[in-house]
Design a protein around this ligand. Structure first.
Ligand code: NAD
Length: 248
């Protein structure tokens, strides 16, 4: 059990990459608190799966772009479960449009969930981690923050920002005993990519060296590496399991 007795807070844990990571952490002994956005039925299913693994689970609908709500959730988790050891900063969405069609409202909502949400969720758990001299923060970026993509200008900007934020925080946090890293997944089969046009999806697959989209569990495996004892020397890194979409 690589995470025995640890407490993990997962944002966007009801489905997709967050759900798979919550289950992977629970299978290694962690109790899981997760938030989602108005996704109660899937959240209940995920919580039931965590409990079936013998771990505690709690969830709440919390919009991570609401800083006060995110802080209140982190406080509630610590009060119910104990101090948070791991933050898996994962909640996300996208609005796909050509560059010229983006509105200020689109910009604010995408940046709000990704960059502002991840920044302030990290800030919500950080003081208690500093006080204990231990902790792990994993931010979910994207290969789109590295190579870009059409119809995703705001998302790509947010994801590049997350990788930069990860490196900056790693400089401050590491001497305090807190490891901070990011994951930049390639295309993964989740609700987020299910809305792609089938021709676009096939073109994407045809261009991928591995010839398929990834599974959420393939990202959870990287999250487990970073969260557990085997990831102890990763600092400020952005690991990118991406099927060869970006090689660097
Ligand atoms: P998903 O749509 O399956 O799940 C998204 C989760 O985030 C859900 O639990 C949803 O309720 C939650 N969420 C959305 N907006 C929220 C908000 N404002 N506050 C709180 N929770 C919110 O998506 P996914 O594919 O599992 O994506 C998870 C993360 O991985 C995102 O950050 C996404 O950008 C990133 N990512 C996904 C892919 C991919 O191909 N699926 C690739 C690279 C990066």
């Amino acid at each position: 059990m690589k995470l025995q007795g640890q407490i993990a807070l997962v944002t966007g844990g009801s489905r997709g990459i967050g759900r798979a990571t919550a289950l992977a952490f629970a299978a290694e002994g962690a109790d899981i608190a997760f938030c989602h956005l108005n996704d109660a039925a899937k959240a209940d299913d995920t919580a039931a799966e965590i409990r079936a693994l013998g771990r505690r689970a709690m969830h709440r609908s919390v919009d991570v772009s609401d800083i006060a709500a995110g802080r209140a959730f982190a406080d509630a988790v610590a009060a119910s479960f104990g101090p948070i050891d791991i933050l898996f900063n994962n909640a996300g969405m996208n609005i796909r449009k050509p560059f010229e069609a983006y509105t200020e409202s689109d910009f604010d909502s995408i940046l709000g969930v990704h960059l502002k949400g991840m920044f302030f969720m990290a800030q919500a758990v950080y003081p208690a981690m500093v006080a204990r001299g231990r902790g792990c923060i994993i931010n979910v970026a994207s290969q789109r923050g590295i190579k870009g993509a059409p119809n995703s200008a705001v998302y790509s900007a947010a994801k590049a920002g997350i990788a930069g934020f990860t490196r900056a925080l790693a400089w401050e946090a590491t001497p305090k005993g807190i490891r901070v890293n990011a994951i930049a997944p390639g295309p993964i089969d989740t609700d987020l990519t299910a809305t792609m046009e089938s021709a676009d999806r096939q073109a994407f697959i045809d261009a991928l060296p591995i010839g398929r989209f990834g599974r959420p569990e393939e990202i959870a495996a990287t999250a487990l590496l970073l969260a557990g004892p085997d990831g102890g020397f990763y600092v400020g890194a952005t690991l990118s399991p991406n099927g060869g979409d970006v090689m660097y």
